[in-house]
Design a protein around this ligand. Structure first.
Ligand SMILES: Nc1nc2c(ncn2[C@@H]2O[C@H](COP(=O)(O)OP(=O)(O)OP(=O)(O)O)[C@@H](O)[C@H]2O)c(=O)[nH]1
Length: 392
């Protein structure tokens, strides 16, 4: 079944990996690493198919991969800054907005190549909020997720997330993106060559261990009386919320530098494809069907409204102009059982025949009867082959 271009059969469709992460987390290096992995033959996959890559960061000076579509080919962000008198972040956002206006063309190009690729990779702007909290970021995400199975790869700078408070802030941010996009989500703990991600996995699975880490979060976690501070209590409550959130995502540790953990990442992507088909796609289709039926209802209501207004206008005309009433006598005849007016629509292209026309533009003379009921066929009129006329 096709609904608004969305196919329920995603079996042969490539999966879109949307790479998101804080500035410096290693998104571009990660994209390059998975790109290189997908180019490399393995015994289980001797003929790998290169991915299709989209670079959506207009401000990046160099990317370590060849993007198939690069926003920088379409929008010059420095020129945008000059023309619109903007700072760097405003320039990046406006460049992304301008690019989004052409995103239907991007999707067309991707659709054309979709038979030849298994993965489509999106690298997003360095300033995370420009993509995650902008209208254009939402439009792009929704558009790709409506056309292909899609997954969010949230890249985390592991060495910089070892403090419990930083870890929790990062997780809360990830949580907000998950609830905003509702797409399958993979936490990618990057730079494991510098700091292994075991501590993160432990904090995610063992609530007590994270509480312990929070309690030993250093000065500030308890006040002078030895009681937990406001900040410490807030973090404890938040971590309770996050405990629920951890259940709905998968986490992998990766080193984009060495390639460690990349196969595990792709295993998680395959799992995410299943989740997309099981959970995201049905709710997407349901939402589209609801929108379609709401649209139909709105159109029907608008039609009824116009009809009622038209009938009201006719009523006003009739009361204000009783002599010119063309409906009065035959009103009962012309109403069907539902009380609706039974008016025949005339096809002007067909041959005319006597009595076919009811000329409602002419007032019926009082007392005039006969065929047609309206403006023609009065007692003293004759059909001359094309119209009713008084004999001369
Ligand atoms: N040791 C180590 N360094 C890494 C790894 N991945 C990325 N880096 C380094 O982290 C820095 C930031 O990497 P980028 O790939 O530019 O990060 P980004 O998230 O794309 O940064 P923005 O361009 O600001 O969005 C670079 O110096 C990388 O070499 C990794 O797995 N291990």
């Amino acid at each position: 079944m096709e609904v608004l271009g969305t196919s329920t059969s995603t079996a042969k469709k490539p999966i879109v990996i949307i790479t998101i992460g804080m500035a410096g987390a290693g998104k571009s290096t990660f994209v390059q690493r998975i790109n290189s992995y997908l180019h490399t033959p393995t015994p289980s996959n001797p003929n790998p198919r290169p991915p299709y890559i989209l670079n959506l960061d207009p401000a990046v000076t160099q990317v370590p991969f060849d993007a198939n579509i690069d926003i920088r080919d379409t929008v010059d962000y420095k020129e945008v800054m000059k023309q619109y008198n903007l700072g760097p972040n405003g320039g990046i956002l406006t460049a992304l907005n301008l690019f989004t206006t052409k995103f239907d063309q991007v999707l067309d190009l991707v659709e054309k190549r979709s038979q030849d690729v298994d993965y489509i990779i999106l690298d997003t702007p360095g300033q995370i909020e420009i993509f995650t909290w902008s209208a254009s970021g939402a439009i792009i995400t929704d558009a790709v997720a409506a056309s292909f199975p899609a997954v969010i790869a949230y890249v985390i700078d592991t060495p910089r997330t070892t403090a419990p408070a930083t870890f929790m802030s990062n997780m809360l941010y990830a949580c907000s993106i998950l609830y905003k996009t509702k797409l399958p989500f993979i936490l990618v703990f990057n730079k494991t060559d510098v700091t292994p991600h075991d501590f993160a996995l432990q904090w995610m699975t063992d609530f007590e261990a994270f509480q312990e880490a929070l309690a030993h979060g250093g000065p500030g976690s308890v006040d002078s009386d030895g009681e937990p501070t406001y900040m410490s209590s807030l973090m404890t409550s938040m971590s309770l919320v996050l405990d629920e959130f951890y259940k709905s995502l998968r986490a992998v540790g990766v080193s984009s530098m060495t390639g460690d953990g990349v196969p595990e990442f792709f295993a998680a992507v395959e799992e995410a494809r299943g989740e997309y088909e099981r959970e995201y796609l049905p709710s997407l289709l349901k939402a589209q069907q609801e929108r379609a039926s709401q649209l139909q209802k709105a159109q029907e209501a608008a039609k009824q409204d116009s009809l009622q207004r038209m009938m009201k206008d006719l009523e006003v005309d009739r009361t204000g102009n009783p002599v010119d009433d063309k409906w009065e006598d035959d009103e009962q005849d012309e109403q069907d059982d539902d009380g609706e007016l039974d008016v025949n629509i005339i096809d002007r292209s067909e041959d005319r025949w006597p009595g076919q026309y009811v000329d409602i533009t002419r007032a019926r003379r009082p007392g005039a009867g006969g065929a047609g009921g309206g403006g023609g066929g009065g007692e003293d009129e004759e059909w001359d082959g094309s119209r009713w006329a008084r004999p001369t």
